[in-house]
Structures are given as C-alpha cells and as structure tokens.
Design a protein around this ligand. Structure first.
Ligand SMILES: Nc1ncnc2c1ncn2[C@@H]1O[C@H](COP(=O)(O)OP(=O)(O)OP(=O)(O)O)[C@@H](O)[C@H]1O
Ligand SMILES: [Mg+2]
Length: 352
C-alpha cells in the first residue's frame, strides 16, 4: 500500500494543495503550517473521519462550505485513486472516479495508520479511547461487527432521547431489547479479539524493545460490575430502569465496556509514567499495523506526527529505525528538528 499523490481543497488551513509522496517522506514547516492537517487529510481516506476526533464541519476550511480530498496510490501492484467530497453534511466517496454508494464498502480500500500524541490517551483512565480503538480494529477485520456496532449506537441514541423526554417504559424496553440482541455479537467478538490482540501486543512489544514483558489485555464488559456478562443486557437494563429514568441516560451496555492493559501485572493507566504511556501507545499502534497486515495481507501507509519528538533521542532514533522497516513512512517535523536528510521533503514553509 502506497500513496503517491494527494490533492486537497478547503481542508483545514489549505485552500488548495497538491503534494507528492515517496516511500520515505518528511513533512516540515513551522508550528501551525499544516503538517498535522496534511496527514489528517490522508488518513481521512482510510477512516472517513478525522483522527483528531474533530467533527467534519470543523475540518472544512473556515468560511468555506465543502472540502475535497483525493489521493492516488498503489495497492497490490495496481494503481488506484480514491476521492472524498464533503458537502452539505454529506460525504461522497469515489474509487477510480466511480462513485461508491455505501461508505462502508470503501473501508479497507486505502489503509493508513497515524501515530501521534493522541496515542497516549490509550492509557488514559477513561475507557472511551481504548474502546474506540479496539472497535476500529475489530471493524477492520469483521464487517458484521461494524454493522452491529453502528446499529447498537443508533438505537442507544434513540433510547437516550426517549429517556430525556420521559417516554413510556414500553418504548424504553423496546430499545433495550434491540440493543441487547446487537450486544451479544459485540460482546462475543470483543472477548475473542482481546486474546488475539494480547498475543499480537506481546509479539510486537518483544520486537520493539528487544525484551519480553508480560502484557495482558483483560476485557471488562460494562462498568456495571460485570453483572451484564452473566445477565442478558435486556434483563440488566430492566433492573436499571429506575436509575436510567432518573439519570436520563442508558447506564448499562457494551458502550461502557473497557479493556485493561497490564504490563507485568501493572495497569498502565494507573501506574504508568508519561514515557511508559507513550511507549505503550506506540506498541498498541504497532500491533494495529501488524493486525492489518495479518488480516488484509498488506501493510498500511504509516504516518508519525511530530516523529516521536517527545521521546529521548536514543529511543526516538530506534523507533524511527523500526518504523522504517515498513513499506511507506511519512514523518512530520517542526522546522529545524528534522535530521533525516535522505527523506523526500515537503516543506510547508510559511506559505498557506
Ligand atoms: N477548519 C479550519 N480552517 C482553517 N484553518 C484551520 C482549521 N482548523 C485548523 N486550522 C488552522 O490550521 C493551521 C494548521 O494546523 P496544524 O495542526 O495542521 O498545524 P501543524 O503544522 O501541525 O502545527 P504544529 O507544529 O503546532 O503541530 C493552524 O493555524 C490551525 O489553527
Ligand atoms: Mg501538528
């Protein structure tokens, strides 16, 4: 998998821009010149949303109405071009200039992974980042999981609205029943996936750090004291009805599940130093890359925002060496920090 060209219009601070990419590309420029925005645009063609969790409307250049991102590249030795247009709150995707009706059919056409400071959040005490990360991973290898997840969240939204409007119990129960049937599959797949992910994580950790540590990934289904695992969700929701009515939101279900990652039995989110959290974030991303390779047969395009500048120089260098083993690597550096002269360089300078 490789990207060779990118053209964007009204994306973040770029009114218009055309860029070429090689196997090793460095993007440099002063703070605020658009380095992160450029890799955000590339990654948008993999996930159809911003890796910075920004709403689509915030990605559109201020004062404009729509944005366009097009890329050309190579996949399994064949060239392709993929384009996304966002206008009137709608996304339109095209592959080789032909429209793809269902956005979900476009997943997997272009694979990319971004490493950035946001990866530290994977060790955050809040579960949402880990849950979203693992949901994305499972979705890349299981379409049915993705479908169930989308449906579950759509019903959850309806149920929460109904709770806010004090709707009748029968309606709330109907939503709970619909959520319950989707959550069975979600729960089973998460459980199964967490042991696969644990195995990949251990392999990747040993490769990155040259030493073995015991990494465990434990899946906790619902913060509801795990009660839901013994009980069908519908039953649990029925028991919680009064509480849900009072709090005006759904308090049990797979949207609250968590994964606890421990290194040598220490939960990193509670005991990890900042550096350890960063390193675990990198390891989890490397596991994502490995997983994509094992399930899709190709390495994604890898982008590292601010090229591990938060690590000490020795670690930074060894991370870059390691990631240089992958087919395509795109790094960003603030001006003056780059020391990888053999890279093809996109200098954003001050011109915007
Ligand atoms: N929707 C938008 N429309 C116009 N400009 C935007 C929009 N969103 C962000 N910006 C601006 O785009 C500029 C580039 O942001 P970006 O995060 O890509 O910079 P960067 O080169 O990565 O900077 P840094 O080195 O500080 O990380 C910033 O000045 C930011 O305020
Ligand atoms: Mg940046």
């Amino acid at each position: 998998m490789q990207i060779t060209e990118l053209s964007i219009k009204n994306f973040r601070n770029f009114a218009i821009g055309d860029f070429k990419f090689k196997e090793r590309t460095a993007i440099t420029g002063p703070n605020g010149s658009g380095k992160t925005s450029l890799i955000e645009a590339i990654h948008y063609l993999s996930s159809f949303k911003s890796f910075r969790s920004a709403a689509d409307s915030k990605v559109v250049k201020i004062g404009e109405e729509d944005f366009v991102v097009n890329c050309s590249g190579e996949k399994e030795g064949e060239s392709f071009c993929l384009g996304m247009q966002y206008a009137n709150s709608k996304k339109t995707l095209s592959l080789n200039r032909e429209r793809i009706e269902k956005l979900s059919d476009g997943f997997g056409v272009f694979l990319s992974v971004v490493l950035s400071i946001y990866d530290k959040l994977l060790s955050h005490q809040y579960s949402i980042y880990r849950r979203k990360f693992l949901d994305k991973l499972i979705s890349t290898i299981d379409d049915q999981y993705f479908e169930n997840l989308i449906q579950y969240h759509a019903i959850l939204k309806q149920k929460n609205n109904a709770l806010k409007q004090n709707q009748q119990r029968t309606l709330i129960d109907t939503y709970s029943a619909q959520m319950s049937s989707r959550s069975e599959y979600i729960y089973e797949r998460r459980l199964e996936f967490s042991s696969y992910f644990e195995e990949v994580l251990n392999r990747v950790y040993a490769r990155i750090f040259g030493k073995e540590k015991l990494i465990k990934v434990k899946y906790y289904s619902s913060k509801d004291n795990g009660e839901y695992t013994q009980l069908p969700l519908l039953e649990a929701a029925r028991r919680k009805f009064e509480s849900e009515q009072r709090r005006k939101r759904t308090v049990c279900g797979v949207h609250l599940d968590d994964y606890v990652v421990t290194v040598d039995d220490h939960p990193i989110s509670e005991f990890g130093s900042e550096g350890e959290k960063i390193l675990l974030g990198i390891t989890m991303k490397a596991a994502e890359i490995q997983l994509i390779y094992e399930n899709r047969g190709e390495y994604p395009v890898i982008m590292v925002d601010d090229a591990f500048t938060e690590l000490d120089e020795k670690k930074r260098r060894s991370m870059i060496d390691l990631f240089e083993e992958y087919p395509q690597l795109i790094l960003t550096y603030p001006t003056g920090k780059s020391n990888d002269n053999d890279y093809y360089t996109i200098d954003l300078g001050d011109k915007r």
